[in-house]
Write a protein that binds this ligand. Structure first.
Ligand code: GLN
Length: 549
């Protein structure tokens, strides 16, 4: 059972997508948590994919992996970072997942001979899942973000579920609409009409927004507020101006300037405690660092990027970027990330010299063979020129290939992902993945989620974490081939992190006396970096970059 008076806050979007519902949900969650409420968050993605794992990140943004291995939307990362909680697969819902569950129940005779219908059975399943997330988290408040915008076919069943939940619990369900107010350049005036229409569309689903978050380039003026209040049926003081900001971490502070947590508690009928001063101060201090630091660090991020603009890139690697920021801010530095296309290094190796202009290099996770030779040449350059190098997942596998080719002399060393017929597969497909690949079972089938690793005494890894055993999140099908480990170690590469049974290589590094920072991990540390608790390995990398400057 969910707590008796659990409150449900639905966040829906109006006018355009990408208007900031995720950050709004996260920020509302944070300001309510700061009022002593236990908050959890749910993301609803209204597409047919069962999870985000099968989607191209350049189209949909980063795949965020939860501790239990669920492959989810990047907004789940925002929730975890803002709320400083660990979420589970109960907190993530897609249309595919909902239908799959209903169909399975039907096959198991759980509907006891009834005709199973889109309405009410799909919304009922949705409501059941929302309540389960509330129960699991013992939540006082559940933030529920419905992806897309009101009026789309895709999210109608979710709005229906929300409406049904409200009928059942009239005092416990509230709605926040995040809408967009354009200021057309030739008109020069902020327009409220699209938001008025969105509000009516929402009304058409039987829902009235309690709060309107008005996203725009600039703050709302009184006249706009009056219009919105009049035509969207929302009292003026519940229309929150949310102009563009330089840093998303300012948004909770801006919301509180408008006393949003107090207003929400009032609408929900919850006695709200005084804000937790200590936590709030920590957040404020963090945001100050975001703005204050002028001293830059230049980080090169290497990948197979072309035909993708900066916007898409920063979305595909959101957690990596945020993890870099947290560690850099904590060292009073401002990171400037440059996206370097790996194929450029293949076409013109002279470009490698430009890498000397950077304080450090990151190779993030990836898949496939395009641009791989370029990345390997970058890793070699970083190793030989003692530029700090941090590899994440694929970035570790490619480090091992580079080392095998150039130090062990295995010229054809490769990964089975790129060339399965290479004689020296120093990175090979994991044993339990072979059958899955034969049967084309791709969805949710990688080695996913949290696994332990044991760290080697005196290694950079152990010194950075300050402990012997760690838990990190994973997402991979390939691994370092054990056959070559002894040889690699003999030639100086240290596998400083291994699975507890010693069979799976989790971290590779060169000793400090050989290279200032040449370290890569089979997991994704970026998923555990939080604003107020930066990840120790990112911090170690940033410190090495500062020294290298
Ligand atoms: N493609 C590699 C694998 O599947 C690395 C995956 C990743 O970087 N997330 O093992």
């Amino acid at each position: 059972m969910a707590k008796e008076n659990t409150k449900y806050i639905f966040v829906v979007g109006g006018v355009i997508s990408g208007v900031g519902k995720g950050i709004t949900s996260s920020s509302i969650g944070l300001i309510l948590k700061n009022r002593g409420l236990n908050v959890t968050a749910i993301k609803i993605d209204p597409y047919i994919n069962v999870d985000a794992g099968t989607m191209n990140p350049t189209e949909h943004g980063e795949v965020f992996v939860l501790g239990d291995g669920d492959e989810t939307d990047q907004d789940m990362g925002n929730y975890e970072r803002f709320l400083d909680v660990n979420l589970t697969r109960t907190n993530y819902m897609t249309t595919g997942r909902v239908y799959q569950a209903v169909i399975e129940k039907e096959r198991n005779l759980e509907y006891k001979g009834k005709c199973v219908q889109v309405v009410p059975h799909i919304p009922m399943e949705i409501v059941g899942r929302i309540k389960k997330a509330a129960t699991d988290a013992k939540a006082d408040v559940v933030m529920i973000e419905i992806g897309g915008t009101v009026g789309e076919y895709e999210n109608i069943l979710y709005l229906e579920a929300a409406r049904m939940l409200k009928i059942e619990n009239p005092h416990d369900v509230i709605f926040v609409m995040v809408s967009y107010l354009p200021t057309p350049s030739k008109v020069g005036e902020m327009k409220t009409k699209p938001t008025q229409h969105a509000s009516r569309l929402l009304n058409g689903s039987g829902i009235q927004a309690d709060i309107l978050i008005a996203r725009a380039d600039t703050p709302l003026d009184e006249k706009r507020k009056e219009k919105l209040a009049m035509f969207c049926n929302i009292p003026m003081d519940r229309i929150i101006s949310a102009p563009d900001v330089d840093s998303v971490y300012d948004i909770p502070l801006n919301f509180e300037k408008e006393k949003l947590s107090e207003k929400l508690c009032e609408i929900m009928g919850v006695a709200c405690k005084k804000p937790d001063e200590k936590n709030w101060l920590a957040w404020k201090n963090f945001t100050k660092k975001v703005h204050k630091n002028k001293d830059t660090l230049k980080i090169a991020m290497i990948g197979k990027y072309f035909e993708t603009g900066d916007f898409v890139l920063s979305d595909s690697y959101l957690s990596v970027i945020e993890a870099v920021k947290y560690s850099a801010y904590a060292q009073n530095k401002k990171p400037v990330i440059s996206w370097l296309n790996s194929t450029d290094f293949e076409k013109s190796p002279v470009k490698l010299k430009e890498l000397k202009n950077y304080d450090g290099i990151i190779v993030p996770g990836g898949f496939g063979s395009r641009g791989i030779e370029g990345i390997i040449s970058v890793i070699k350059f970083a190793r030989e020129n003692k530029i700090p190098y941090f590899g994440l997942c694929y970035g570790m596998q490619l480090l091992v290939i580079e080392y095998s080719r150039n130090i062990l002399g295995l010229k054809d060393a490769n990964t089975a992902e790129v060339n399965p017929s290479s004689k020296n597969l120093v990175v090979d497909v994991m044993e339990d993945q072979k059958e899955l690949l034969k049967k084309n079972v791709y969805g949710g089938s990688m080695r996913l989620g949290s696994y332990n690793a044991v760290l080697a005494k005196g290694s950079i890894a152990e010194n950075s974490y300050g402990k012997k055993e760690i838990i990190e999140r994973h997402r991979h099908r390939y691994e370092v081939n054990n056959f070559y480990v002894e040889e690699l170690e003999k030639k100086g590469l240290v596998f400083s992190g291994k699975s507890p049974n010693g069979k799976l290589m989790e971290i590779a590094e060169l000793p400090k006396k050989v290279h200032p920072f040449f370290l890569a991990v089979q997991f994704h540390p970026e998923f555990l970096a939080r604003p107020l608790t930066p990840h120790p390995l990112f911090t170690a990398f940033i410190k090495a970059c500062i020294k290298n400057k």
